[in-house]
Ligand binder design. Structure first.
Ligand code: ADP
Ligand code: ZN
Length: 437
């Protein structure tokens, strides 16, 4: 059976046709995976000796998961399924949670990925008339280079600015009339707070859209970014193990991120029992890459928590959508025995108009108990206010946080610009309890 579709058709396939395409690609990936000792063992143990042992996509459930630990243990070349001479590039994760993991791409793999990044930009309404300033770090990290190639393929005017150097970012935005930027949400907020300090004004820019991703952020943060710059901000999700950006992307309806299912098999599993969950139930996202021959990765536990958004998207794309990432399983804090996700805290404080753009969560040991301190920058007008008002604001925030996370936090206010800003992913949590946590 030969299945040839245009990229537009692929995005609108009915579920049955999509599953047939997935099955075809899955078998190819199984063949590739069996070229590695790692998967020969893993798949062999599940009774899969060659691609013909797979007869439906549901057979995936027989295969054990692949974890970040597996990727670390097979470093550097254990998961390479093609010859080294076919590899044209490697990438690595940013190493948020330890030693980075690596992936390899052939030219074919890169073309497939570029196709997805191009498709994602189109889904947000970008066209070849847009000027695209890419503020994500270039290099081993997939965020920068990944979208770069898709933007070029779409014919956008690409400015490969990379991250940092805020003044230069503004200069480029103004002089080249940038219409679309790609950055982390925390950097977008930092940019906004620096416009006037750097001698620019919002009228200097003609920005229309921001692609924001690489770190968890709440709907409140998105709204803040949109209203600060008067733009549309679109959530972009990806991880290096699955290529990088453009695993899932919002379309102009902003109702969850379409997972490009012709390229990835999407599963959500219970984060403790690891059993599959239904659409709408929150659990850990598990992904299988169907389009990368050099580094096949099957049933990868992303450690990211989300759920499938049920129903059809108004844009007509049939790829299922996932909700914004609630957190990573390894981000979860246990404070005096209570599970707390940083996203719960962010949601509360970012709703408050008095609170500025940056915050940080500290956890310390105080005697035998844990102490939670939430530091936040307040807006410039607030800091000069009556101390009684500040006290009342603090009490209000404490009450709202207590209602959400059931723990009594300490709340500390800082002046704008006082809390540290990262060039890449924001570091929101500082856990000083060491081994004791
Ligand atoms: P790591 O941070 O694990 O070293 P990567 O640089 O590949 O590796 O980052 C991928 C991770 O970044 C994802 O697993 C997820 O936790 C986070 N991430 C990426 N995009 C988003 C997003 N839009 N929302 C929330 N988290 C995201
Ligand atoms: Zn859509």
């Amino acid at each position: 059976m030969i299945l040839t579709y245009t990229d537009d058709e692929i995005q609108r396939l009915d579920r049955e046709a999509l599953r047939s395409l997935q099955l075809l690609r899955f078998k190819k990936i199984i063949t590739q995976a069996l070229k590695t000792d790692f998967y020969k063992k893993k798949l062999g143990g599940a009774g899969i000796k060659n691609a013909e042992d797979i007869t439906s996509i549901d057979d995936i459930k027989k295969i054990p998961f692949t974890t970040k630990e597996d990727l670390r243990n097979t470093y550097p070349f254990g998961l390479l399924a093609s010859s080294k001479s076919d590899v044209v590039r490697m990438h690595a994760s940013s190493g948020t949670t330890g030693k980075p993991t690596v992936i390899y791409q052939s030219q074919n793999d890169l073309d497939n990925w570029t196709n997805l990044t191009r498709r994602s930009l189109i889904a947000t309404g970008c066209t070849c008339d847009d000027v695209f300033q890419n503020m994500m770090t270039y290099g081993l990290f997939t965020g920068g280079i990944g979208l770069h190639y898709g933007a070029e393929k779409l014919g956008m005017f690409v400015i490969p600015a990379s991250s940092g150097n805020t003044k230069r970012q503004f200069m480029l935005m103004k002089d080249f009339q940038t219409t679309v930027v790609h950055a982390t949400p925390s950097y977008m907020l930092h940019l906004f707070s620096e416009i006037e300090n750097m001698g620019f004004s919002p009228e200097d820019f003609v920005l229309k859209k921001a692609m924001i991703g690489a770190e968890p952020h709440s709907e409140e943060i998105r709204r803040k970014i949109e209203s600060c710059f008067s733009i549309d901000a679109y959530n972009s999700y990806g991880l290096s193990e699955m290529n990088g950006p453009s695993v899932a992307f919002e379309c102009t309806y902003k109702c969850g991120m379409h997972v490009w299912e012709d390229a990835y098999i999407l599963e959500i599993v219970d984060r403790n029992s690891l059993t599959p969950l239904e659409d709408g139930e929150q659990g850990e996202l598990v992904l299988t890459n169907l389009i990368r021959e050099s580094t096949p990765i099957i049933r990868y536990r992303t450690r990211d928590l989300t759920k499938v958004v049920s129903g059809k998207c108004e844009c007509g794309r049939t790829a299922r959508r996932i909700d914004r990432i609630f957190g990573r399983t390894d981000d979860m804090l246990i404070i005096n025995g209570v599970n707390v996700f940083p996203s719960q805290i962010e949601e509360v404080i970012m709703k408050m108009p008095e609170i500025g753009n940056n915050y940080r969560i500290l956890v310390r040991k105080k005697g035998t108990l844990d102490d939670l301190i939430v530091e936040m920058e307040v807006g410039p007008d607030i800091i000069t206010d009556d101390t009684r008002d500040l006290y009342q604001l603090k009490e209000r925030i404490k009450d709202e946080l207590k209602a959400s996370i059931t723990i009594n936090p300490h709340v500390e206010f800082h002046e704008p610009g006082q809390l540290p800003v990262q060039q890449g992913k924001a570091i929101r949590v500082v856990d000083e309890r060491g081994e004791l946590k």
